[in-house]
Design a binder for this molecule. Structure first.
Ligand code: FAD
Ligand code: SF4
Length: 339
């Protein structure tokens, strides 16, 4: 049985107090929300914070406010996000992403904020301490070499959050609170393409809110590839959002790929759609463009070449679903339930 290492536990009531504790304790302290990622990582000694700052009792973290757009507290569980009628109706990509994270139990505990700040993943890293020790560890933790790209000075562990690509496609912003004040950053700017230093969030900042713009005119969709349709992390996530004029011409579009780099990848493929209708040809062109950007590495599940090949297909599914095609049968092939 793997045991947790010793740690101190703090349970502040406000985000500012939480941020103050983080600032005071320095980089050996970490926030904990649902703990569904952090606690297993601690058991495997991938992350060994000396102090955990719990966000469970922090006020305002469960906010759900629908006004000029939608504000979601970072402490909402993924179940609460997926169950919110407004998310399902107007921000479908987020609903589909949240509803496909892990399992029911993990979604009942795991939060939106924790999902956005999720550690990057790699076959050589998500292993217990003895396994990692046997290969002399790796760059990301305790070692000096990257086993995926041995000449690389940079860790290429994979961004595996389902909600981040969806929120980037939906043009969301996040609020970060520190002892010095607060700032708002675009969800797209929360990430860096570095498997170790993968967030632009400073260690003393708490992500408190996700802010979505009004959804009028937009339709969105999220498609996820994984081995087991009811359980696994994505080995590919495709989020697309499209705004069309009344005659069906695309006015704006965003296509974001997850699990193909150390950060969600915003593709320029949307340029292929603007000014056109969502015809099969336009979709095929955008899908091919998006796929050309994806460079999956051999450090997650499933065959790397096949994962690269299916990117275009998945972009196509997302766009066709936005067009209004009935893709429930196709979804059932990849997930246990048709979303
Ligand atoms: C078997 C299994 C399967 C999984 N499958 C998936 C999957 O398919 N897709 C997926 O996306 N995830 C998956 N996960 C990971 C995880 O369950 C979810 O990502 C979940 O949403 C994490 O949220 P949490 O609240 O539990 O985060 P925690 O574990 O509490 O924290 C995760 C990280 O975020 C930081 N953090 C948490 N909240 C905040 C905040 N508000 N501000 C700043 N930093 C914060 C923590 O310090 C930590 O670094 C899986 C986990 C397991 C164990
Ligand atoms: S990508 Fe390389 S450095 Fe990063 S976790 Fe994997 S093996 Fe380690």
């Amino acid at each position: 049985m793997m045991r947790l290492p010793w740690f101190s536990y703090r349970a502040p009531r406000t985000a500012t107090e939480a941020a103050r504790i983080l600032a005071g304790e320095g980089p050996t302290a970490m926030p904990i929300a649902g703990g569904t990622d952090l606690l297993p990582n601690m058991k495997r000694r991938q992350q060994v914070p000396a102090t955990l700052v719990s966000l469970r009792h922090v006020e305002g973290m469960k906010k759900l406010a629908n006004g000029a757009g939608l504000t979601l507290g970072a402490g909402l569980t993924l179940t609460e996000v997926a169950d919110a009628g407004i998310v399902r109706e107007k921000y479908r990509a987020l609903w589909q992403a949240a509803a496909q994270v892990a399992t029911v139990h993990l979604r009942n505990m795991g939060t939106l904020g924790g999902n956005l700040c999720l550690d990057t993943r790699c076959n050589y890293y998500n292993q217990n301490y003895e396994w990692r020790k046997a290969i002399d560890f790796c760059l990301k933790k305790d070692g000096e070499i990257c086993w995926v790209a041995t000449a690389s000075k940079r860790c290429v562990a994979v961004s595996s959050t389902d909600c981040a690509p969806a929120l980037i496609a939906l043009d969301a912003k996040v609020k970060l609170v520190s002892a010095a004040g607060e700032r708002e950053v675009a969800a797209a700017d929360l990430y860096k393409n570095d498997g170790i230093d993968y967030l632009t969030r400073r260690p003393d900042e708490i992500l408190t809110e996700v802010r979505l713009p009004q959804a009028s005119g937009w339709k969105s969709s999220y498609w996820k590839l994984r081995r087991r349709g009811s359980f696994d992390f994505p080995v590919l996530g495709v989020a697309a959002a499209v705004r069309t004029a009344s005659d069906g011409t695309v006015e704006d579009a965003r296509i974001v790929l997850g699990a193909v780099a150390s950060r969600p990848l915003v593709t320029p493929a949307s340029n292929a759609l603007v000014g056109k209708r969502l015809t099969d040809d336009a979709i095929a062109e955008a899908a091919a463009k998006a796929a050309s950007r994806a460079k999956p590495l051999d450090n997650t599940d499933l065959d790397i070449y096949w994962r690269k090949q299916v990117v275009a297909e998945f972009v196509g599914y997302a766009l066709k679903e936005i067009r209004g095609d009935d893709l429930r049968a196709t979804r059932v092939r990849y997930a246990r339930h048709a979303l």
